[in-house]
Design a protein around this ligand. Structure first.
Ligand code: SF4
Length: 615
């Protein structure tokens, strides 16, 4: 069904271009010639979704198939949703403005726990029953992937199947299975049976969860022997061989990352103990610089973008960074294309590079020491010292930079008020470094922006057993820092601790949270990560109504033998390794990165990337 959006509606909402489509390089296909229609849904607004590389890659991979047409769908902003509901307009795709309920698949990418109510709201807006138990063969299959899919138990009531890990190959295997199933006349269940044994596919309906009297999990087990006991994530072994879009959509409107995004590698050699990405994406696999240069040229030609950014978890760990950057500058400088280098380590090479790359505008520099004291940085295995940071700041100030962002986390395991003091002291030392820089060298108008987020214990990290600080404690720490950081050059900002609390609940949640999510959605919760829409009181009402204590999930320290809702998911990194890392944290012992020494995390089973180089 094609949906008609009147000009009157478009004129009455903020940023109509979020809904019109037709951008440069978007894909159009003849509907008579495709047999699978896939609605790729990003549960946030257009500007955020379009900045996401994973969505761009999978859009391209699906549309490379002759038999499949993948279209994009974003969450309508609240003003548009209101108009849609008033005029009975269902959720629609950007390419053909078709109602998503007529598609074969609705696929969500789960980047952030706080988007879960948007997932439910989008299903509701599309006019299909949000609970999978109420959907029939007339309705599309609803699937999801992305980092939150590694513990997507809170969404188990709503999603038919999850894809774990990197999607490029597994999504094709699912589409192939669908082609066979579609003409067969078999039930929906039989399709799920067909894909349940594809590596990386998790069908939550095929697993039972039993609980102990104290609310912890007793067992998670497959309902039949034919389903895998452990669901193993997928990785792409050779990134040079896998398809990467050489034409990307160029939006008409400003988006968060409006530039070419060049993905250098996946995974991370470091093992910061709070960082989920550092474990779930292991092992590190790099693209060759030759391949990246080729891609950059093609993308620049097909988009006309004037900026390329290098994206990966810690860009400066790319082993051919110098070659790549020199090659890119040679090719791109004559075309006046800027290179943006986020999260680089500041040493003399990178400063030289940044000066060349940012001739016109010096953007702010970002450092993430994460903790205020060396002791706590050792606890979290953050391999930077105060000396590193201050040296980098000195080089940057001498190079004319004068805006610095410092990221810290509060509420980390073992944290004391001395560590919090350390945040203020380190920030002030950065100001001192600027003051010591000769006036003729440094830029004008120093601004040190200090921000703190609150520690959220995440699955598959060495801190998955830890308790989160209570909201009150987090607020006290923020208040304390606010007093300490008063000064002419320093600005302090912090994350909403109420949002961090809910994130902690959902991140380590189990299936019982499905009813809370549903109740919260019914109370109008959506866009929970957007401060202005976050309704904490409604969430608390939803927990009360369902008889569920959120503190059980956020603020409880787990014992090592507790069974987690994600224990049947296999990311390669073993629980044994994570336990060992947890213990080392308490002894303040650091673990070297993968290039220095392999510490046997378990990711070797994937037989790819850095693990093979070392063994
Ligand atoms: S197996 Fe070794 S090299 Fe591979 S990711 Fe784990 S620690 Fe790093």
């Amino acid at each position: 069904m094609k949906v008609k959006i009147s000009d009157k509606i478009l004129q009455s909402v903020e940023k109509p271009s979020r809904y019109t489509g037709n951008e440069w390089n978007s894909v159009y296909k003849d509907l008579d010639n495709v047999s699978i229609r896939f609605a790729f849904c990003f549960p946030d607004v257009y500007e955020i979704g379009m900045s996401h590389l994973g969505m761009r890659i999978l859009y391209h991979v699906l549309n490379e198939r002759k038999d499949t047409f993948c279209e994009r769908v974003f969450a309508p902003w609240v003003d548009m949703e209101q108009k849609m509901r008033e005029s009975n307009i269902p959720l629609f795709t950007l390419e053909t403005h078709s109602s998503v309920n007529s598609f074969d698949f609705i696929g969500f990418t789960l980047q952030y726990e706080m988007s879960y109510t948007n997932v439910i709201n989008m299903l509701d807006l599309s006019g299909i029953p949000v609970l999978k138990s109420e959907r029939t063969k007339e309705h599309p299959f609803v699937c999801a992937g992305g980092p939150c899919a590694y513990n997507a138990e809170p969404l188990a009531d709503f999603i038919d199947f999850f894809m774990l890990g990197e999607g490029e190959e597994v999504i094709n295997e699912v589409m192939d299975a669908y082609v066979n199933w579609k003409g067969s006349g078999e039930s929906k269940e039989s399709f799920l049976e067909m894909i349940a044994n594809i590596e990386g596919i998790y069908v939550p309906g095929f697993y039972n969860v039993e609980y102990n009297d104290d609310g912890t999990i007793r067992a998670i087990s497959p309902k039949a022997d034919r389903y895998p006991e452990k669901i193993k994530k997928r990785i792409i072994k050779d990134l040079d061989k896998v398809s990467f879009p050489d034409k990307i959509i160029v939006p008409f409107t400003d988006i968060v990352h409006d530039r070419i995004m060049l993905e250098l590698f996946r995974g991370c050699i470091r093992g910061c103990r709070f960082c989920q990405a550092g474990y779930i994406y292991r092992p590190v696999r790099e693209r060759t610089s030759g391949k990246l240069l080729e891609l950059a040229e093609k993308l620049q030609e097909s988009t006309g973008y004037e900026e390329i950014s290098l994206v990966s978890l810690s860009t400066s760990d790319y082993s051919h960074l110098r070659d790549l950057c020199t090659g890119l500058m040679d090719k791109m400088e004559p075309k006046k294309v800027n290179l943006s280098l986020p999260s680089l380590r500041v040493d003399s090479f990178s400063m030289e590079l940044m000066e060349k790359a940012q001739k016109v505008r010096k953007s702010g520099l970002t450092f993430a020491p994460e903790a205020g004291s060396q002791r706590l940085r050792d606890v979290i295995n953050k391999g930077v010292t105060e000396e590193d940071l201050l040296n980098s700041a000195a080089i940057a100030f001498a190079g004319g930079w004068s805006t610095v962002k410092l990221y810290f986390m509060i509420g980390l395991p073992t944290e004391t008020m001395e560590d919090i003091d350390g945040i203020a002291e380190l920030s002030k030392k950065v100001v001192d470094v600027y003051m010591k820089t000769p006036k003729d060298k440094r830029g004008k108008g120093l601004s040190v922006n200090v921000s703190t987020s609150s520690f959220v214990p995440k699955p598959f990290t060495p801190f998955q057993w830890e308790a989160q600080d209570s909201i009150e404690t987090l607020k006290e720490k923020q208040q304390y820092l606010m007093e300490k950081l008063k000064g002419k050059y320093i600005k302090y900002s912090w994350h909403d601790p109420y949002i961090s609390f809910l994130e902690a609940v959902l991140a380590r949640g189990d299936r019982r949270l499905g009813k809370v999510l549903y109740a919260a959605f019914k109370k109008g919760c959506k866009f929970d990560s957007w401060g202005e829409h976050f309704k904490f009181d409604s969430w608390i009402e939803a927990f009360d109504q369902c008889g569920i204590d959120p503190h059980f999930y956020a603020n409880r320290k787990r014992t090592f033998d507790e069974i987690f809702p994600w224990d049947h998911i296999d990311v390669g990194v073993t629980k044994k390794f994570l336990k060992r890392e947890n213990e080392k944290a308490y002894f303040e012992v650091i673990t070297p990165n993968c290039r220095v020494k392999c510490t046997g995390c378990g990711a070797l089973v994937f037989d790819g990337g850095i693990c093979n180089e070392l063994h």
